[in-house]
Write a protein that binds this ligand. Sequence first.
Ligand SMILES: NC(=O)C1=CN([C@@H]2O[C@H](COP(=O)(O)OP(=O)(O)OC[C@H]3O[C@@H](n4cnc5c(N)ncnc54)[C@H](OP(=O)(O)O)[C@@H]3O)[C@@H](O)[C@H]2O)[C@H](O)CC1
Ligand code: K
Length: 277
Amino acid sequence: MICAGKDTKTIKSCYNRSEVGGCSNSIWFRSDKEISMETLRRGGEISMETLKDKQFSGEKAVTAAQMKEIERRADQAGLSYYQMMENAGTRASEFIAEHHPIAGQKVLILCGRGNNGGDGFVVARKLEKLGARVSIALLEGEPKTPDSIENYRLCKELNIPFLSGAGESDAILSQVKTAEIIVDGIFGTGFHGILGEKVRKVTEQINISIASVYALDMPSGVNGDSGEADIDSIRADYTLSFHRMKPAHTMMKAIEYCGDVVCLSIGIEEVLKEECH
Ligand SMILES: NC(=O)C1=CN([C@@H]2O[C@H](COP(=O)(O)OP(=O)(O)OC[C@H]3O[C@@H](n4cnc5c(N)ncnc54)[C@H](OP(=O)(O)O)[C@@H]3O)[C@@H](O)[C@H]2O)[C@H](O)CC1
Ligand SMILES: [K+]
């Protein structure tokens, strides 16, 4: 396990999950808690120290194209795309469960149509198993990638309740208001442009909600490569980045949406003999 910046003052804490029995090679670049929970998420000032943290930790960030290539090589080396999604959702749910008493908690998982949504379905399955009261909102309609379709099917098999962005927007908004934990699997590294109006209504509500917000890979609305962020991008308490940091996690224009950025291993370094960061 290599822990980048462990001896660097600008990284305030660096969390090695292997030490607490989780997956190996997970790095936690944690900004000041008060700043991330209250100020960053609600769009206030960002301290220079926080910026330095993020800039340092992003030295080895990978772009969406580089990530796709890494995934392709991992798949060829025997770690299937399906397994990478399973690992991503599993690691994310473990991280969330380490931060909350999960049993009985009201959890809303927002899923888009791509693989980011697929990760969201895996998180839904795992948190449901831990006793959470999970609902899933399909904000962009039914999933369209093979692995997310399969995980959608598994969630249906478990009778996890679904809400559709098409006809149940009011129900989704009211769930956002009462959820204790929100997981953002709307868009990940595949996002470009700006948020559509229906999704924007939901993200606006999330950004004034009392829930703890976990973004999978990227806060939805932020372009992972350029850091360009829709003004109503999700303001996460934590962004759980898979395998490596992404460039936006290090950029001033995007970090106010990211909260604390955590890099979670999804098993790639084991098949490609790489480190997580
Ligand atoms: N190793 C890994 O990092 C792994 C990553 N995983 C997860 O997969 C996502 C990337 O998945 P991908 O399917 O490529 O992309 P997204 O899920 O982020 O979203 C793609 C869909 O979103 C549409 N889109 C894009 N921008 C907009 C917009 N402004 N409004 C509406 N819809 C939008 C896009 O449409 P296109 O027309 O562009 O095709 C797609 O439909 C990664 O972030 C990880 O979370 C794997 O699960 C595991 C390995
Ligand atoms: K996301």
